[in-house]
Design a protein around this ligand. Structure first.
Ligand code: UDX
Ligand code: UDX
Length: 447
């Protein structure tokens, strides 16, 4: 099957960069990225220095391919009609109400996508799950598609995305593996082949792994859960380090040198953040509970509980350092994003830690090189539940980088290089992103 037109529903952190790279590598394929957010599409079509997603290397690629074979629009109907292959890259947040609230993935956007695909399809389509989904979702999607449109054949594939924000383009260029899950039927095999041929343009054949749909869906959840579990493991040990005088960096190094363990994802931190880890683990916990596997559910739930514990412990370390009362103290928060080189603050530890410091009475300046001021204010408003009027007396968002203003404490919450060269009294630095070789003060700072 020759693919000439691809549609991607969802122009977010996954859909945007992934499609930009496919467009670059496959110049003969037209890629139509659609989204129901009008402002977002306007920005994808606007100046390169103001794209909705900040990723190193992304704007250079968009510059080359936008208008050539990469197009952004709100016209979902015509993009579906035209394409032989449709990626679903809409968000799948944790459910906030109904059955499974606080745990299960909310599939309403995925279901809306499936409804649109069924409504507008006039010929056979390969439908690809790019969003992270609970195992067995493909069945649900197939059910919607077949019930609502029996005139065409839909072949569902699972092709989870493993890119990490901040290194998305690098990860897409040089993926450790590309996973494609599909049916064992002739139509399934053809669909897998069609997708595989796209990736083969730049990914070595042996790195393209094909599995059944359920293994592919679950592999994504399992990968994220295992990565997060390593961080929670090392973070739990950082608490023991504080009590015993052991050094968590030395421990990470020592255990990471065992080739069976390996050195990655062993950096102690204030907590993992981002849109995926917590959501995916809670989703896994919910699935285990659903299938009556309560011990397994509890095992994975503990990864999230340690993460919350670590955030709180870090905030309390700072508050206790000042004797529990921060009134009259001036604190600089360095970093709002959940990691460096992204403008994304979803589930960022910074949101939680800054709230605790604020509630202890401090005057706070916040600086982040990528997250726009209005996003920070939005997080404060939505996540803290305070009006902006309430906080404006004690919160100030700085535009310029580090000034020489004197603060009572400097709290590093995103791992930017610049933050490690602060010329300030090291005794005043609380480093929640203890990933620097010469960390000034780590989370293990003893009082
Ligand atoms: C992705 C995956 O889809 C998610 O499952 C994974 O766990 C994390 O990465 P992400 O790209 O980060 O999500 O989400 P986001 O940046 O919010 O992008 C989703 C886009 O889909 C948004 O632009 C939103 O406007 C769009 N959308 C959502 C639609 O176009 N239609 C809908 O019905 C819902
Ligand atoms: C993650 C997965 O890595 C990626 O494969 C998946 O597709 C999406 O989810 P992402 O959330 O973008 O990617 O970033 P990641 O680099 O995994 O970092 C997640 C969080 O863990 C960040 O807050 C980071 O600071 C933290 N972290 C990471 C640590 O605290 N210690 C570490 O050793 C590594």
């Amino acid at each position: 099957m020759i693919i000439k037109n691809i549609c991607c529903i969802g122009a977010g952190y996954v859909g945007g960069p992934t499609m930009a790279v496919i467009a670059l590598k496959c110049p003969e394929i037209n890629i139509l990225v659609v989204d129901n957010d009008v402002e977002k599409i306007k920005n994808w079509n606007g100046p390169l220095n103001n794209l909705p997603v900040y990723e190193p290397g992304l704007s250079e690629i968009v510059k080359k391919v936008r208008g050539r074979n990469l197009f952004f629009s709100n016209d979902i109907k015509s993009a579906i009609e035209k394409s032989e292959m449709i990626f679903m890259a809409v968000n799948t947040p944790t459910k906030t109400k109904g059955e499974g609230a606080g745990m299960a993935a909310d599939l309403k956007y995925v279901e809306a996508c499936a409804n649109d695909i069924a409504r507008y399809s006039k010929n056979d389509k390969i439908v690809i799950e790019k969003s992270t989904l609970p195992v067995k979702t493909a069945e649900k999607i197939k059910d919607i598609l077949d019930k609502k449109n029996s005139r065409v054949h839909f072949e569902i594939l699972s092709n989870p995305e493993f890119l990490a924000e901040g290194t998305a383009i690098k990860d897409l260029f040089k993926s450790d593996r590309v996973l494609i899950g599909g049916d064992d039927s002739p139509a399934g095999k053809n669909a897998i082949k069609a997708l595989s041929q796209i990736y083969e343009r730049w990914i070595p054949r042996e790195k393209i792994l094909t599995t059944n749909v359920w293994s592919s869906e679950l592999s994504k959840l399992a990968s994220n859960a295992m990565l997060a579990q390593r961080i929670s493991s090392i973070n739990s040990l950082s608490a023991l380090c504080e009590k015993t005088g052991a050094d968590i960096d030395e421990i990470s190094l020592a255990i990471g040198m065992d080739h069976r363990i390996g050195p990655h994802f062993l950096k102690a931190s204030v907590a993992f953040g981002g849109s995926c880890f917590q959501k995916d683990i809670l989703n896994l916990v919910y699935l285990c509970q659903f299938y009556g596997l309560h011990e397994v559910a509890e095992y994975w739930h503990q990864v999230v509980k340690i993460n919350d514990y670590q955030k709180n412990r870090f905030a309390q370390n700072i508050i206790q350092y000042f004797g529990g009362d921060l009134r009259g103290k001036k604190i600089l928060i360095l970093g709002w994003a959940f990691k460096a080189n992204t403008n994304d603050s979803r589930e960022s530890a910074s949101i939680y830690v800054t709230q605790k410091i604020y509630e202890a009475g401090a005057n706070i300046d916040i600086y982040d090189p990528q997250v726009p001021k209005e996003n920070i204010l939005h997080d404060i408003n939505i996540k803290w539940g305070y009006t902006l009027d309430e906080v404006k007396k004690r919160i100030y968002i700085k535009k310029e980088s580090l000034s020489t203003d004197k603060y009572d404490a400097y709290v590093i919450l995103t791992e930017y290089e610049d933050f490690k060269t602060l010329e300030v009294d090291p005794n005043k630095v609380f480093d929640g992103r203890n990933i620097f070789d010469n960390a000034l003060y780590s989370i293990g700072k003893s009082q």
